[in-house]
Design a protein around this ligand. Structure first.
Ligand SMILES: Cc1cc2nc3c(=O)[nH]c(=O)nc-3n(C[C@H](O)[C@H](O)[C@H](O)COP(=O)(O)OP(=O)(O)OC[C@H]3O[C@@H](n4cnc5c(N)ncnc54)[C@H](O)[C@@H]3O)c2cc1C
Length: 294
């Protein structure tokens, strides 16, 4: 994998991430800004926003476009790449995506709130048969049977990739749109469209995936979602009442790691997300200046 270096990696392209990105750029930092395909579904769905100062009675979609054009006008690129893991290292963080690993001296998590509930067994078996990245972990399942739970279209690509390595791949297209419109699968992929996953089974390692109507005999379960819970992204990250635990400077328990927006807890509101994006960016800049400009 390629290695890239930057001052600050910003994860998530919602209002919090965009605000963090423009503020880090204003302060002259090298940033890598990683987000989802569409930035951001939450704002797009807001029919009518009446509480964002200066924009009385604007639709979420209109505001979303204004935010994106602000980011663009500042020459900031949003890399449409889902982050699958962030590993704190001695002097920086390894930010892993399917395609690349980025090395960042500080990280701002602006991932919003996504998954309300994990599958039974998912948390316990993470790293023991459960993975969020086929390109990263697929090699471990050579000649084995695996399942892909595709909550996003990306899961189809992941299944086709795994089909080249694994003995057998089951694909469950669980995203909202009619799956048949999108499916071009390798002949080693069996698509299961009419059954939902219930739990991931196994004593220590994964040994099966229980569906509504049967259990699949698999040793690996790959899951693609738009967002992964923050503590699943970053090992050792403290969570309190379901949100990333932060202090007033929006730093977490891991030095150099900041969080902003809906993922830090209630209220899940736009102005808070934008404000926290700024505070996190300015404190990340302060952290870097204190550490590296002596
Ligand atoms: C229907 C609706 C109406 C609303 N109305 C209002 C309103 O009137 N007023 C108001 O103040 N607020 C409103 N909100 C709330 C507001 O939209 C949110 O508070 C705001 O979008 C939060 O911003 P955020 O940046 O924290 O998260 P989000 O907007 O959720 O953005 C997070 C982004 O990060 C991406 N992401 C997550 N994980 C990863 C990863 N691992 N790698 C890469 N990218 C990742 C996500 O896909 C997403 O694009 C409304 C929300 C909804 C759904």
């Amino acid at each position: 994998m390629d290695e890239h270096n930057c001052d600050i990696a910003i994860i998530g392209c919602g209002p919090a991430g965009m605000s963090a990105a423009i503020n880090a750029r204003v302060r002259g930092k090298e940033i890598v800004f990683l987000g989802s395909e569409f930035c951001t579904p939450k704002l797009h769905k807001a029919p009518h926003i009446n509480n964002y100062l200066g924009f009385h009675s604007i639709s979420g979609e209109e505001l979303r476009k204004k935010f994106l054009s602000h980011v663009q006008a500042m020459g900031i690129e949003i890399l449409k790449s889902r982050v699958t893991a962030i590993v704190p290292q001695e002097n920086d963080f390894a930010v892993q995506t399917k395609e690349k690993v980025y090395n960042a001296r500080a990280v701002i998590l602006a991932t919003g709130v996504g998954v309300a509930q994990l599958l039974p067994g998912e948390d316990e078996k993470l790293g023991l048969g459960v993975s969020y990245c086929a390109t990263c972990d697929g090699g471990l399942y050579k000649n084995r049977r695996v399942a892909v739970l595709a909550y996003t279209h990306e899961g189809v690509e992941e299944a086709n990739y795994l089909a080249e390595i694994c003995e057998k791949v089951y694909l469950l297209p669980l995203y909202k749109e009619n799956p048949k419109n999108h499916l071009h699968v390798h002949n080693n992929v069996e698509v299961i469209e009419n059954s939902k996953p219930k739990s991931i089974e196994g004593e220590t390692l994964v040994s099966g995936l229980k569906l509504e109507d049967r259990t699949l005999d698999v040793e690996g379960v790959f899951i693609t979602r738009d967002s992964v819970l923050p503590d699943k992204l970053v090992p050792g990250l403290d969570i309190e009442d379901g949100a990333v635990k932060i202090n007033r400077s929006l730093s977490t328990n891991i030095p150099g790691l900041y969080a902003a927006g809906d993922n830090t807890g209630q209220p899940h509101q736009l102005a808070k997300a934008v404000g926290e994006g700024q505070v996190a960016a300015l404190n990340a800049v302060k952290y870097l200046d204190g550490k590296y400009s002596k």
